[in-house]
Design a protein around this ligand. Structure first.
Ligand SMILES: [Zn+2]
Ligand SMILES: [Zn+2]
Length: 358
């Protein structure tokens, strides 16, 4: 089969590798759509560890290779002899996170921060390929979901990112009438704004530095106010929109240290901050004033990955049309075009970019 491997920072190579092995209790999925995640872009820029079998590399004449891609949907190509729950030809979306189910976090119901976490497209080969093997552990954990006929492959690929946004929203605990600022109007930031609105937040403010992206967000109509931080001062704009108080909730949905630091000045007394985006490894130290947190009783939450229940809820929100996932996809590329799909030029002028390997 064809697979796109990250062989060095900024270098994606489409090569032929063996058909993935199907575990006795697992399935193999023919990938129809796999969306590019912000975390994939970060890995693409800094390089990542090999996660494919050595034989695959030897066959392709490569030293190292990482097969990413975890936001995907497709059609079941084969089922292991012990798998009775699913059949060949069924359309599915797969939650890529595999919690161990036994560690302290898992037993506490916080599988997203499992101590022995494994993920498709991270530790295991992912879905920037014609086929992806879904292990038995994923089926046992309830990670494989049938796609309703009404949902396209692209919409199926957006269930995982929306699920991760649900995890962040849970931390934000937005109540009706609260003001919410989302920094970063990428697909994740727009989803945060859309869900904040569903929770009754007023106003929902979306801030973004690059004008083309902000324009795409505007077209989604997911917020009440849009701030172009390339032209406007974020702080004065937010204070202006909130009667000088700052927002009840600030969600940082971009990989920016400066945005995380600035969030303290944008949140009001007793407010909550959700740090949603991961930072580049080389630029992850932030400076905050401890007294800002102490005297104004600010709560800072991290938010990472998803629990199995988030995936199920996300599927429901997309299938019901509450979140119009289709509108978030602005660009699609075949597997051979994955290099172009990851280029800065494309990413800057898009919301969600999807790869169609088959
Ligand atoms: Zn993702
Ligand atoms: Zn665990």
């Amino acid at each position: 089969m064809k697979a796109a491997l990250l062989t060095a920072p900024n270098k994606m190579e489409v090569v032929r590798v063996p058909f993935p092995e199907c575990e006795p209790g697992g399935i193999v999925v023919r990938v129809q759509a796999c969306a590019i995640c912000g975390s994939d872009v970060r890995t693409y820029l800094q390089g990542g560890e090999t996660n494919v079998p050595r034989e695959w590399l030897a066959g392709a004449g490569l030293e190292s290779g990482r097969l990413m891609g975890h936001e995907f949907s497709g059609v079941i190509e084969s089922v292991g002899e012990r798998c009775t729950e699913f059949a060949r030809g069924e359309r599915v979306a797969v939650s890529p996170s595999l919690p161990c189910g036994r560690c302290h976090s898992c037993l506490a119901g916080r599988e997203n921060i499992c101590e022995d976490f494994r993920g498709l497209g991270q530790h295991l080969p992912g879905a920037y390929a014609e086929f992806v093997a879904v292990p038995e552990a994923a089926l046992r954990a309830g990670n494989v979901h049938r796609l309703p006929d009404s949902l396209s492959p692209d919409e199926g690929a957006l269930i995982d990112p929306l699920a991760s946004v649900l995890n962040g929203q849970e931390k934000a605990d937005i109540r009706p009438g609260e003001s919410v600022l989302v920094i970063g109007a990428g697909p994740i930031g727009c989803m945060h704004a859309a869900l904040a609105r569903l929770s009754g937040a007023v106003p929902v403010i979306l801030a973004q530095r690059s004008a083309p992206r902000l324009e795409l967000a505007r077209r989604l109509e997911c917020a009440d106010a849009y701030i172009d931080t390339g032209r406007e001062d974020l702080c004065s704009a937010v204070l202006g929109l909130t009667g000088g108080r700052g927002c009840d909730v600030v969600i940082v949905a971009c990989p920016s240290r400066q945005a995380q630091e600035q969030s303290l000045a944008l949140v009001g007394r007793g407010g909550r901050i959700v740090m949603f985006g991961g930072l580049p490894r080389s630029d992850a130290l932030i400076t905050v004033n401890g007294n800002d947190i102490h005297y104004r009783e600010i709560t800072i939450h991290g938010a990472f990955a998803i629990r199995p229940s988030h995936f199920a809820t996300s599927l429901k929100l997309i299938a019901s049309g509450r979140v119009p996932a289709r509108k978030y996809v602005t660009n699609a590329f075949p597997l051979d075009g994955i290099g172009e799909a990851f280029s800065a030029e494309v990413l800057k002028r898009s919301l969600k970019v999807v790869i169609h390997p088959s």
